[in-house]
Design a protein around this ligand. Structure first.
Ligand SMILES: *[C@@H]1O[C@H](CO)[C@@H](O)[C@H](O)[C@H]1NC(C)=O
Ligand SMILES: *[C@@H]1O[C@H](CO)[C@@H](O)[C@H](O)[C@H]1NC(C)=O
Ligand SMILES: *[C@@H]1O[C@H](CO)[C@@H](O)[C@H](O)[C@H]1NC(C)=O
Length: 552
């Protein structure tokens, strides 16, 4: 992963109108040199660069020795412009130290004047001088070989950018560069870790500020200073960098696994749409990478990083029964209407059709009734309706007591009984009176690792019994990325917090637990999310413990 050490190399082009009235002796001469220098600098030729430097230098020589507080606005503008432009030309020419001196001269004058408190009109100009100074220190840091010196230059750069943003609060590129110095995560062109101050929280704030300015999220309708042409791409890059700050160990070459492991569980706080949210750092990083990809679908770094953090990820979500429960409690009252009406959910019916096809393949009678059918995650009974007429007794299990109440009033008598709670212990309990058919419609998408679940199914489902369940499938695009980046991936956490499982993972774990895959089919549009159909897949398994070890 390469990183751009300078996010933006804003080209300074201060235009001072040449019709500016001349007031005293030195002003005329200084202005003449400034105009001359600007003209030469605008021509991108090496020879002209020397010419520009010469003109600016002569201009600087005409300036009074002190930054006198009695200077008027125009005089002050000329002084700031000459120093800044000279610094700019010098830095183009590669003379970094002299460039820094020039920028500093401008900044020193600005400070003198600002003590009088009358020079707001100069702020925009002065902020450019500070910005340029910040960039010069930043460049100087990147070429420094001594670590102490490097750090010192980075710190000076932070101060300079800080001044620039103070003078011009809409200076998004100062914030962005500040973020880079505080928290650049990545490698340079030679594969070395980019040096930064490793102040990730501060870095995030700086990046966030730049984003807020560019997207107008700060509520001000003001136009950002020097807005980029490709705003979406720049915002995507900034979002991506925030994501990287949340998981610095993921991408830095000298990270050790130990911290990585701990960071996995660590919580981070991020301000999203002006509200602070605290979640696991990885989860928030995924959120950021996803946002970056939304701003710029071609941002490969963000797409890859998203795959890296979501493959086989849990983020505590699926293992935390309480969280899933809470999700459904909130959802309970409009559960069914949102599923069926708004989202056009008819996957239950398709599951039943799929199961019928599986039975036909199995040469089972179409009249067959299953003795004990368990509907795991029964909700209000949408799947129950489909499977009722092949069930002798139908039992609904759900985490949410509220939803079960809904099922009882909405479809009285559909279920013979209910059980509330975590599915694993409940399934295991059936070992004494085994389940003949387990139905799980849109239920297992809240589990990431399926190990425990399949062990419980193995215990609870009787010999020759069936399991029919739906899972979410990854998109083709995600699959290609996952295969390339995390070849051993088993599942991917989706932006909606659900889990998309890899077909082969499910088949393998089924085999390990003595299940045969009788039918595998697609279940496209099995749920709609933001108007888009989610790809699902349908599994019908039969428990067949007679499978030989070598068939496993
Ligand atoms: C079902 O019957 C067909 C035709 O008799 C046979 O080829 C197939 O193996 C049977 N399938 C199973 C699972 O027994
Ligand atoms: C059972 O009910 C489902 C759903 O209402 C229906 O599609 C199916 O045809 C019924 N099957 C039988 C055998 O009655
Ligand atoms: C699930 O997605 C994978 C990856 O795109 C694809 O290869 C597979 O065919 C899909 N399964 C179904 C049943 O659509």
């Amino acid at each position: 992963m390469t990183s751009v050490p300078y996010l933006i190399l804003a080209v300074l082009c201060l235009s001072i109108s040449s019709t500016l009235a001349a007031e005293s002796g030195w002003v005329d001469a200084a202005l003449k040199f400034l105009v001359e220098g600007n003209k030469a600098l605008q021509v991108a030729e090496v020879g002209k660069l020397e010419e520009a430097i010469e003109a600016y230098k002569q201009g600087v020589e005409t300036l009074p020795a002190e930054c006198d507080k009695s200077f008027d606005k125009k005089q002050a503008q000329i002084i700031l412009s000459l120093h800044t432009q000279l610094g700019q030309a010098l830095s183009y020419a590669g003379d970094l130290q002299s460039a820094i001196d020039s920028f500093r001269s401008a900044c020193i004058c600005q400070r003198e004047w600002s003590e009088g408190g009358k020079n707001e009109a100069l702020n925009q100009l002065a902020s450019k001088a500070y910005f340029s100074l910040g960039m010069a220190y930043q460049e100087s840091a990147s070429s420094a070989t001594d670590e102490g010196k490097q750090r010192e230059q980075l710190e000076l750069s932070v101060r300079a950018y800080g001044h620039a943003t103070k003078l011009d609060p809409l200076y998004w590129s100062s914030y962005a560069n500040l973020g880079v110095i505080l928290a650049d995560v990545g490698q340079d062109g030679n594969g070395n870790k980019v040096k930064c101050l490793e102040m990730y929280e501060e870095g995030i704030l700086a990046y966030q500020k730049a984003i807020d300015i560019l997207t107008g999220a700060d509520g001000s309708n003001s136009i950002p200073t020097d807005p980029p042409e490709n705003v979406r791409e720049v915002v995507a890059e900034l979002q991506y960098r925030i994501g990287l700050c949340l998981v610095p160990y993921l991408f830095s070459p000298d990270s050790d696994d130990e911290t990585g492991g701990e960071d996995n569980e660590r919580d981070c706080t991020l301000t999203v749409e002006s509200k602070p949210i605290t979640r696991s750092c990885l989860e928030l990083a995924a959120y950021q990478f996803n946002r970056a990809a939304q701003y710029d679908a071609l941002h490969v770094g963000a797409q890859n990083a998203l795959v890296l953090v979501t493959a086989d990820a849990s983020f505590g979500m699926s293992t935390d029964v309480k969280k899933v429960e809470a999700l459904f409690e909130d959802y309970a009252s409009n559960f069914e209407s949102s599923l069926v009406d708004e989202l056009g959910y008819n996957a239950f019916h398709r599951m039943r059709r799929g199961f019928d096809r599986a039975l036909a393949q199995e040469n089972e009678s179409t009249e067959k009734k299953f003795l004990k059918v368990v509907d795991a995650g029964c909700g209000t009974g949408l799947a129950g309706v489909e499977f009722r007429n092949i069930s002798q007794s139908l039992i609904g299990i759900d985490l949410s007591p509220k939803i079960i109440e809904h099922a009882k009033t909405k479809r009285p008598g559909l279920y013979d009984s209910f059980q509330t709670g975590d599915i694993n212990p409940i399934l295991r309990d059936y070992a004494k009176q085994p389940i003949s058919l387990l139905v799980a419609a849109d239920t297992f998408i809240y589990f990431n690792d399926l190990t425990d679940l399949f062990a419980s199914m193995k215990d609870g489902i009787g010999e020759g019994g069936y399991a029919v369940f739906s899972l979410e499938n990854v998109s083709e695009e995600s699959e290609a990325r996952l295969n390339a980046i995390v070849p051993e991936w088993r599942w991917q956490l989706t932006p909606s917090g659900r889990v998309a499982h890899r077909k082969e993972y499910v088949e393998d774990i089924a085999k390990e637990n003595g299940f045969q895959t009788v039918l595998y089919d697609k279940l496209d549009n099995f749920r709609a999310e933001k108007g888009e159909g989610v790809r699902g897949h349908l599994f019908v398994l039969r428990k067949d413990s007679s499978l030989k070890k070598d068939e496993l």
